[in-house]
Ligand binder design. Structure first.
Ligand SMILES: NC(=O)c1ccc[n+]([C@@H]2O[C@H](COP(=O)([O-])OP(=O)(O)OC[C@H]3O[C@@H](n4cnc5c(N)ncnc54)[C@H](OP(=O)(O)O)[C@@H]3O)[C@@H](O)[C@H]2O)c1
Length: 279
């Protein structure tokens, strides 16, 4: 079984750098996929209130012999509950759904800047951490301007910023900002949701040279950028392949070639956090 490296967050807690995405894994099939991921060696599960699968995640955990403290579970606060009066009950509801008494990491799902409630949501997460409902707190899809505001108003810097990141959208500026401020960048859709990325000619060439698949090259590139990754895989074959990325290293030249695949229109669904909102 692979040894998944961990990272020490700015609050002192440890997070696995490779975890398991659970978007779209729901119900009995979701429980089977997530149980299989845990049995295959994953120790971080990435869920969200809005995935409507926190119950699935909790059920999968119950079906293994693993102890709660050996698993790192993330969930996320939806846009519609960012106001302080809604946020704490929503986090409690999130816990009830999963049958847990704490999350390891709780994130604001999107900044929704036009609504302008993300600062209140952040204050609620700070309180939830003090109450022990969540161990670490962070954000998703936050731009430097949003992060600056959290820091200026509360003095508490998120431990994690989970953002869209893959070779066609490699986020060098946001990564640099996060790193400078001691925030771990975690990549969502690290495989570009299995889009045309997985047949990219350059990536295929590098994959052949290392006798790996394109997906494995992409995940390895992300780890070498210093980014956490949470690939989702329903199939056990993909789950195992995505764990098998610790026995080779990309050269600096290969890392640069892959980073150069970045495109100005590389986002999967044009979800620019400056304007896109999700509730
Ligand atoms: N914070 C946010 O706003 C946000 C947004 C989007 C996603 N996320 C999180 O990020 C996680 C990952 O992103 P994602 O689910 O969008 O996409 P992804 O992980 O980039 O891609 C998942 C797709 O890749 C396929 N796949 C997995 N491993 C593969 C392999 N080794 N070879 C070929 N194909 C492979 C999967 O197939 P099978 O499933 O058929 O195996 C699935 O179709 C989500 O599940 C969610 O937890 C967060």
């Amino acid at each position: 079984m692979s040894k998944i490296p961990t990272f020490t967050l700015n609050d002192g807690n440890q997070i696995p750098l490779l975890g398991f995405g659970t978007y779209k894994l729901k119900g009995a099939m979701g429980v089977n996929a997530i149980t299989s991921a845990l049995n295959n060696g994953y120790r971080l599960l990435d869920s969200a209130y809005n995935y409507e699968n926190e119950g699935t995640v909790g059920q999968a955990l119950k079906q293994t012999n693993l102890s709660r403290q050996d698993i790192f579970i993330t969930s996320k606060l939806p846009g519609r509950y960012q106001e302080i009066k809604h946020a704490i009950p929503a986090i409690q509801e999130s816990l009830y759904r999963a049958g847990l008494d704490y999350y390891d990491l709780y994130l604001i799902h999107w900044p929704n800047p036009k609504e302008d409630h993300y600062l209140e949501a952040w204050e609620a997460l700070i309180q939830a951490q003090k109450f022990g409902l969540v161990k670490s707190i962070g954000v998703c899809n936050f731009l430097p301007e949003h992060l600056e505001r959290l820091n200026n108003e509360t003095g508490v810097i998120p431990a994690v910023n989970q953002i869209e990141l893959h070779p066609y959208w490699s986020q060098s500026n946001q990564r640099a900002y996060d790193q400078e401020h001691n925030i771990l960048t975690q990549a969502w859709s690290p495989l570009g949701r299995a889009s045309s990325l997985l047949s990219d000619p350059l990536l295929s060439k590098i994959a052949q040279a290392h006798q790996k698949t394109v997906a494995q090259i992409v995940l390895r590139w992300e780890l070498q950028l210093g980014v956490g990754i949470i690939p989702k895989a329903n199939s056990a074959k993909h789950q195992l392949a995505n764990l098998d990325i610790f026995d080779f290293t990309l050269s600096q030249a290969e890392v640069k070639q892959i980073s150069d695949l970045d495109r100005t229109d590389g986002r999967l669904k044009n979800q620019d956090p400056a304007i896109y909102q999700e509730f």
